[in-house]
Design a protein around this ligand. Structure first.
Ligand code: ZN
Length: 501
């Protein structure tokens, strides 16, 4: 091995270790830390992330990258070393584009913005948030100019979450979806009372909820020898290595869905992280290639598997045995329908599989117009409400249930929302590819067996970590580009049957 490459690897391993330590502190902050430690924790996180960032963007890293690239010239594209140089170079160029003064200005603005947004939302006062949001939009425009783009200013922002994805690709995706989804949702809205979700709204002991969900994800293949689950107010998955991948959940005693489907969701993220090839562990190549591909795995295990009839054919008798008083008189069919209730609603995070992408489409259209300058912050409430009326057939009665609901904009996260829809579409596209390779998968799910499905995902997605960018990975795994067709067919088949539309 060439000497610069060895030095580069040692340097990247040091950086990866500092990032992992940062992530452990963040996990602790959200699961264990006493509230009084907030300030000291902010200082510790600040120091560690500064050191890791400075070391990564330094000229030394750049010089080692160039020398290593020359030494490796002609190496096999798929090899570990060639992938390491290719991916690290892109990360390096991306991180060097924003000057430190810009980053710290943004950090300060968003730290303050969070408080302003939380207060404005609590008081349902959009005007109180508008001046801060204007500053954020201005900074995001500056950021896009610093990052650079060729077609649409919003490309520069999407690229930070979904490398290689363009505004035009996302617009095309939503066009394909909305043409069929909007009338489909309207038809279901006429028949919402066909399905009752009473079965999942009863008194469910939290400890039994935990035990049941952990049993399910163990059977999926989430490895508790290399993971654990804790409580958090806002559930998430984090990892410090492929051998230490942690998930979190929250419980509601009178509602089964948040903990049950939340655990399935986070375990999907977790299996992706645990499934990276071990050789990728040390130098920043492990984990998911993008937020969208990551979300495809959480949605796959939560919805495509966990909300399917086959899954409940196996697991419902076990759930009934855990909660006999609540469930013994409820049929499998009624329970299956209850966990798949569709209802056009105002709040994105509570949305079902069918309506979810329409919530995202509203945000995508608004963000692109804001960035392009064809929409002003002051027009937002009116435009938001009009789009909800147009796509979901409902109008928010106030801004708290409308334009003020999401935390993202106050944190400077613009270009992020489309990754949720990319994940939904891709979950079905990948699942169907796995089933066409192994037609026994649906039958195995009804027997509580998941090795074949997880094996296909590991082989085609998980083990590659960050080696390939999302468009490359999707093409390699499915033989085509991201497409809404499989997802639309899946929704129409499943919910057409449930609602008789
Ligand atoms: Zn997720």
């Amino acid at each position: 091995m060439s000497e610069p490459l060895q030095q580069l690897k040692e340097r990247l391993a040091d950086i990866e270790n500092m990032r992992a330590a940062t992530a452990i502190l963040e996990w602790d902050q959200q699961t264990q830390m006493p509230p009084g430690a907030a300030e000291s924790r902010a200082r510790q996180l600040g120091t560690l992330s500064k050191l890791a960032h400075e070391m990564f963007v330094s000229d030394e890293t750049g010089a080692l990258l160039e020398k290593s690239a020359q030494a490796l010239n002609g190496a096999d594209y798929d090899s570990f070393d060639a992938s390491l140089i290719r991916v690290t170079r892109k990360d390096y160029e991306r991180e060097r584009k924003l000057p430190p003064s810009f980053v710290s200005e943004m950090t300060q603005l968003t730290a303050l913005a969070h408080e302003v947004w939380a207060k404005a939302r609590a008081e349902d006062n959009f005007a109180a948030f508008a001046p801060t949001l204007k500053k954020i939009v201005d900074m995001k425009r500056r950021e896009a100019e610093l990052r650079g783009y060729t077609d649409h200013i919003y490309d520069a922002l999407i690229d930070t979450y979904e490398p290689g994805m363009k505004t035009a690709d996302v617009a095309q995706m939503f066009n394909g979806l909305s043409k069929e989804l909007v009338p489909f949702v309207a038809a279901i809205r006429e028949r919402v009372d066909q399905v009752s979700d009473k079965p999942v709204h009863q008194d469910f002991d939290e400890d039994i909820q935990r035990r049941f969900a952990e049993m399910v994800v163990s059977q999926f293949g989430y490895d508790f020898q290399r993971g654990r689950q804790d409580r958090a107010v806002h559930p998430f998955c984090t990892s410090f290595s492929c051998t230490d991948v942690r998930i979190t959940t929250r419980y509601e005693r009178d509602w089964l869905n948040p903990a049950l489907f939340g655990t399935l969701h986070e375990a999907g993220h977790g299996m992706y992280e645990q499934g990276s090839a071990l050789e990728l562990d040390l130098h920043g190549l492990r984990g998911g290639t993008s937020l969208g591909v990551h979300e495809s795995q959480s949605r796959l295990w939560e919805n495509v598997v966990g909300r399917s009839r086959g899954f409940w054919t196996h697991f419902y008798p076990k759930l009934q045995a855990e909660f006999p008083a609540q469930l013994e008189n409820i049929s499998l069919d009624d329970f299956y329908r209850a966990v798949n209730k569709v209802e056009p609603s105002l709040i994105r995070v509570e949305a079902d599989e069918v309506t979810y992408n329409l919530h995202i489409m509203v945000r995508f259209e608004i963000e692109t117009d804001l960035l392009a300058g064809s929409l002003t912050v002051d027009q937002l409430p009116e435009v938001w409400n009009a789009k909800y009326h147009q796509y979901l057939g409902i109008t928010p009665p106030n801004n708290r249930l409308g334009v003020l609901q999401d935390i993202h904009w106050s944190g400077g996260l613009m270009g992020y929302f489309p990754t949720y829809s990319i994940g939904n579409l891709l979950s079905v596209q990948l699942y169907e590819k796995a089933v066409s390779a192994h037609p026994t998968i649906p039958e195995e799910i009804t027997q509580g067996k998941f090795e074949t499905l997880r094996g296909w995902m590991t082989e085609n997605v998980y083990r590659h970590g960050r080696k390939y960018d999302p468009t490359e990975l999707i093409q390699r795994a499915t033989g085509e580009k991201l497409t809404p067709r499989p997802y639309l067919n899946y929704l129409k088949r499943k919910y057409g049957e449930i609602y008789g539309v």
